[in-house]
Design a protein around this ligand. Structure first.
Ligand code: FE2
Length: 637
């Protein structure tokens, strides 16, 4: 392009922007569905236009996300004129990162200010706010909104009755967006629908103004209920509306989804919220929904160790004792918090035996999450903290608490890598970065007979550790966390060989490699007869020399006699001992028998007569041999 042409193009572009009609902002931009890798920005204007959001992590290089536009006509909204709602999805974001954004329509910046910035979820402490029953436009709602505005939450949960009148479009425009405008542009609101939100055309306005997580939710129910992770918390929003019996019926789509959703999460914290309270007292005490909630919903939440549940509907603050099956819990329980004091007229209530604290007052709740601790505070409309409770779930161990990390069987040998299973073991997932392995990861430690075990990995439900070479017989396992300890007695055997598996294109694949290249032996890359291969395993037991667990191992032979079985034929290994430079890993090197016909063979390593589970060994050749039995699926360590 010559300079003259380039100048003409620039002038044409400038004219296009200058002459494009300006749009009038009617609903200020607000965040929705902020996630580790994406976020949604929404706003409305009175005239149609081409909308976009520009966003940047460094305020130097900006990316652009085009917005979808949707026209809302008076016939649909009951408002006097058309308006246009824009929804832009910002993609490719980095977790735990702050982004600035600005909103454009027809190429002109329509909204940009210092407050338009947010942080994507990532590791580390964060805060969230909870309130509900707010949408009336009362002086109390306005006063609380001003208090909330100076808070620094990462996200906000709303327990419903966002529009406390009839759930109409004009109530959202009057009593929702203007009140929380400053907060909504820097923290996403994650609501649950209340009964009032449903009063106009089955919550049409509630669904229209929100863009909520949709993953795994059945298509017709999207927006009604959803879940997402933020840091180490799994958040679950539920819909207790519609005819209650339908929303909560046994085997209904929401409860089926909830069972699946909670079974899959590995997060330390599980937080749920919905509109109707199962345990509070007061105005709605006699509601039939309470029995449905207790019979159908609460058992699912408690079985999956949801630690805290928020709801509104009852216009007061009420916190229960930790409960299990409707009674104060002996050990770990679920705390139920009614936070329906966001602005609507208050309801009186009487204390009841399950209540730890209650007050008939306008308020909101601030939750501070820091690893394995969560502190909940109720802040009254005068700014005073009226209630505080810190949740610190103690660890517990599974019925079979320790298994071999390669085979997931309970056979344990000195020096082996093991997996410890339980709940509330570590507040945040941590991985050891280097050798020697640490004896403390994120405040979590493990001992066997009071000897600290080196740690590879800790998470809510699993810890991977290395056993000491000196351990034998019965050992007392203790998992120590900032919230307490859990103990179990485990039995060590002399040897427990088990071949590691690694992820591969065709599913998990045994860790058997070509000795010359280090590449995996697979059906596509089989071993040649006469070739040397290396098997990586754990559990060969004691070794011929001194090495501490957790250290990078030297080359040391296993004390136990080791043999290799290929398709039932015995092969003497060239080397069987520690894998040099690694911790807890053994290796066996052997030569594939020279005259072996091509095919798939079961490969078994025995140590002191104890056999590993067979893994597949693919050998080059024309004919195929099938395995005697399936090798079985294993959980990931
Ligand atoms: Fe309500």
């Amino acid at each position: 392009m010559n300079p003259r042409t380039a100048r003409r193009v620039l002038i044409a572009l400038w004219l296009a922007v200058a002459l494009a009609p300006a749009a009038t902002l009617s609903r200020h931009p607000y965040l929705q569905n902020v996630r580790p890798d994406r976020a949604t920005v929404m706003w409305t204007t009175l005239e149609p236009g081409g909308g976009a959001v520009e966003y940047s992590a460094d305020r130097k290089s900006w990316l652009t996300a085009a917005a979808r536009i949707r026209q809302f006509a008076p016939a649909e909204t009951g408002l006097p004129a058309d308006f246009y709602q824009y929804e832009a999805e910002l993609r490719g974001l980095t977790p735990g990162t702050q982004y600035s954004y600005r909103v454009l329509v027809n190429g002109r910046v329509l909204a940009e200010d210092e407050g338009m910035r947010f942080r994507t979820p990532g590791p580390g402490p964060f805060q969230f706010l909870v309130f509900g029953d707010s949408g009336v436009g009362s002086p109390e709602q306005a006063r609380l909104a001003r208090l909330i505005e100076v808070e620094r939450p990462a996200l906000v949960l709303h327990v419903g009755d966002v529009a406390q009148g009839a759930g109409s479009f004009n109530e959202y425009e009057d009593y929702y967006f203007p009140f929380y405008r400053e907060l909504m542009k820097r923290a996403p609101f994650f609501p649950a629908p209340g009964n009032h939100d449903y009063l106009t055309r089955n919550a049409a306005a509630y669904f229209a103004v929100h863009a909520l997580p949709a993953e795994a939710v059945p298509e017709p129910d999207r927006g009604r209920y959803y879940s997402f992770d933020w840091g180490n918390v799994h958040f679950v929003s539920l819909d207790t509306n519609l005819p209650f019996s339908e929303a909560l019926r046994a085997g209904g789509p929401m409860l089926e989804w909830l069972e699946r959703d909670l079974a899959q999460t590995r997060q330390f914290w599980r937080v749920a919220w919905f509109h109707h309270p199962p345990y509070s007292s007061g105005f709605h005490q006699g509601a039939a929904i309470r029995a449905d909630l207790r019979a159908r919903l609460i058992p699912i939440l408690e079985r999956h160790r949801v630690q805290v549940v928020f709801h509104g509907h009852e216009h007061s603050y009420q916190r229960t004792l930790p409960l299990r099956d409707g009674a104060p819990a002996q050990d770990q329980g679920t705390v139920y918090i009614t936070t329906g004091g966001g602005g609507a007229a208050l309801y009186p209530f009487r204390p009841h035996p399950l209540m730890a604290f209650g007050e008939m007052t306008h308020h909101y709740v601030r939750a501070e999450v820091a690893g394995a601790r969560m502190t909940l505070r109720a802040i009254r409309i005068d700014g005073q903290e009226i209630d505080r409770v810190t949740l610190a779930p103690a660890p517990s161990l599974s019925d079979t608490p320790v298994v071999n990390a390669a085979s997931f069987t309970p056979r344990l040998a000195p020096g082996a890598v093991v997996s410890i299973f339980g709940e509330s073991l570590a507040g945040e997932e941590r991985v050891a970065e280097s050798l020697p392995l640490p004896q403390d990861l994120g405040g979590v430690s493990v001992t066997f007979n009071d000897q600290p075990a080196p740690l590879f990995y800790v998470s809510n439900s699993q810890i991977n550790a290395q056993l000491a070479f000196e351990t034998s017989g019965l050992a007392l396992l203790r998992v120590n966390t900032p919230n307490g300890s859990a103990e179990a007695v485990v039995l060590m055997t002399g040897t427990a060989p088990a071949v590691f598996t690694v992820p591969a294109a065709s599913g998990r694949q045994a860790a058997v490699v070509h000795a010359t290249t280090g590449g995996l032996v697979t059906r596509e890359a089989p071993a040649a007869p006469g070739e040397f291969v290396t098997v990586y395993l754990t559990g060969l037991g004691r070794v011929d020399g001194a090495v501490a667990a957790g250290q990078a191992a030297p080359r040391l032979l296993a004390r136990a006699p080791v043999t290799v079985l290929v398709g039932g034929a015995t092969v003497q290994p060239q080397y069987a001992g520690l894998a040099p430079g690694l911790a807890g890993v053994c290796q066996v090197n052997f030569q594939v028998p020279e005259g072996l016909a091509g095919g798939l063979y079961p490969l078994v390593i025995t140590a002191d007569g104890v056999a590993s589970e067979p893994v597949e060994l693919a050998v080059q050749g024309a004919s195929a041999v099938s395995l005697p039995r399936p090798l079985g699926a294993k959980r990931d360590p």
